[in-house]
Design a protein around this ligand. Sequence first.
Ligand code: SF4
Length: 288
Amino acid sequence: MDDRQREIAEIARLVREHLEWEAGLQGAGIPFWEAELGSEAEAEPETVAAAPIPDVPIARSPIAASVTASPIAAPPAAAAPVIASPTPEPVRISLPVPERIARLRVLADGAATCTLCRLHESRTHSVFARGNVEAEIAFVGEGPGANEDEQGLPFVGPAGQLLDKMIGAMGFDRDDVYVCNVVKCRPPENRTPQADEAAACDRYLTPQLETVGPKVIVALGRVAAESLGCAEPGRSWRGMWGSWRGIPVMPTYHPAFLLRSPEMKRPVWEDLQKVLGRIGRTPPSRSG
Ligand code: SF4
């Protein structure tokens, strides 16, 4: 296949994706969860900066060195999303549920008393995870906000409520999926986690995700995408398939960013539909 043929094939793929996406909207023109938000879209986010900042170069590796300098969300992708070449077989630990729970409990207990980075100094509670330990989909955010720090659970504030709607629009209950963050303790003033903090907390994140072994990971925001090695220097990242230890990763905008930029819900919904496609599902009908 020459360049011209490849270009035509790519255009055909994009048109097909768009038509599939339109079909998924079932005439609504907007994602289901967008119509339900109403005034909540004006709520204050908990864990992100007020506005995106430009991309900065990073090293492409898990827990990238410049994770601190990057925003949780970036301007819309300039390039069309491209599905990466086939990834290697995921490295999964297939444990019975009780063993998964036990293993995760050990990790959570470790995080609760952890002093490996400075974030422990101001935390009320560490925030480990919520959800199904056998989930098909794991959502990975940046770090706990004020509500999460207070309750010890991830995504329980306005951003969490929006995430739950996104999950519901995908046809899942909030407890069907697994939800966690890159860092388990709240960064002061909701600042972006620093590189050494994310690196320190990887001792929890990596075994956590390995234990759950989801079919797909959704990285919520650029920090999560970078931490999972799925955002490249100076390049668009949202909607671009990546891979973490063989598990496909879809990086998309953080729900807290969507609270401030509701116009970005449409591309996020496109990303979530790709995730559904990856696990052989389609969005539920609005009537169903
Ligand atoms: Fe430990 Fe992670 Fe909390 Fe830092 S953020 S103190 S590494 S649990």
